[in-house]
Design a protein around this ligand. Structure first.
Ligand SMILES: [Zn+2]
Ligand SMILES: [Zn+2]
Length: 305
């Protein structure tokens, strides 16, 4: 474990950098699928990562097939802005049935690659009525990734990510404005999965938080706790020895939380979600030193398989 970043060297946001970046609907999940495949090679969790790559590929297919979905009109948008609310809040936005179509596409696509256990889960999801699926969706959207039927939640989360990514892409970067609360997504109000340096080639040195649900990214000053806003004197960086520091854990001594930081400026093929799941050893390490993770990876259901 080493500290990699010197706070004095950290560049701050320039005035004209985009505050919020909507996801690239053409490639967001396809990029993730390629990264999972790359990370799987020689990895102790190779089979798992390869399967997650198939899942990401299925998400891209479901997103490509999804027709335009209803988004808030101008009046609703300005009302949300007035109240400092996200435009399509995860917990209260009326979901279009398109999310369940996405789920069915995903089930069909990953089926052939599934292990025996996963195949049984996929089959069980396929028999559920709409109301039961919506019940599972509510749990994912409240980040309650545990309990009965937890094995189904990864797939439900994958479909919800597709739907919210569609919403975010349709709204577009210009419609998404930062909220007063810097730690939640301006589009959907969900917590970030990780933060990213070099979110896009136009913003190489800046840090953005990456939404765990809709794949939007929003700017936040570097070396600042994303959970409690504590400044650089409270934050430190840890990484696994020998991994080149591509993924670091930003820990906060004030609130004892951490969030991973993915250095896309060091390797443009890095992906917030794939690189997070490929570095679970770092979570264990940081966890053992007394820090709790402040944002979820919705595809990771502890004990859910
Ligand atoms: Zn979001
Ligand atoms: Zn903190």
């Amino acid at each position: 474990m080493t500290t990699l970043l010197e706070p004095g060297q950290i560049p701050q946001a320039s005035g004209d950098a985009p505050r919020v970046l909507a996801p690239d609907a053409q490639d967001v999940f396809a990029h993730r699928a390629r990264r999972f495949a790359q990370l799987a090679d020689g990895h102790p969790l190779g089979d798992y990562l390869r399967f997650m790559g198939r899942l990401a590929q299925a998400q891209q297919k479901a997103l490509d097939a999804m027709p335009a979905v209803p988004v808030p009109d101008d009046a609703a948008r300005s009302q949300s802005r007035q109240h400092g609310m996200p435009l399509v809040p995860a917990q209260s936005w009326k979901r279009d049935p398109a999310w369940r179509t996405a789920l069915r596409t995903i089930l069909a696509e990953v089926g052939p690659a599934a292990s025996e256990t996963a195949a049984a889960t996929l089959k069980a999801i396929g028999t559920l009525e709409d109301a039961a699926l919506d019940g599972l969706a509510e749990r994912v959207l409240r980040t309650e990734l545990y309990g009965e039927q937890a094995d189904k939640l990864t797939f439900v989360a994958a479909a919800l990510q597709v739907y919210w990514t569609k919403l975010a892409a349709q709204l577009g970067s210009a419609a998404l404005q930062p909220l007063d609360v810097p730690g939640v997504c301006p589009c959907c109000g969900a917590l970030p999965a990780v933060s990213v340096i070099g979110a896009s080639p136009e913003v190489p040195g800046l840090r953005y938080l990456h939404c765990s649900l809709c794949n939007s990214e929003w700017h936040m000053t570097r070396a600042q706790c994303t959970a409690c806003d504590a400044g650089e004197s409270a934050v430190a960086y840890q990484h696994i020895e020998g991994d080149k520091g591509l993924v670091q854990a930003e820990t906060c001594d004030v609130c004892k939380s951490y969030l991973k930081l993915v250095r896309r400026d060091k390797d443009a093929s890095a992906d917030p979600v794939a690189d997070d799941l490929a570095t679970l050893a770092l979570d264990i390490l940081v966890d053992e030193s007394g820090f709790s993770r402040s944002g979820p990876n919705l595809l990771l259901v502890p004990g859910g398989g």
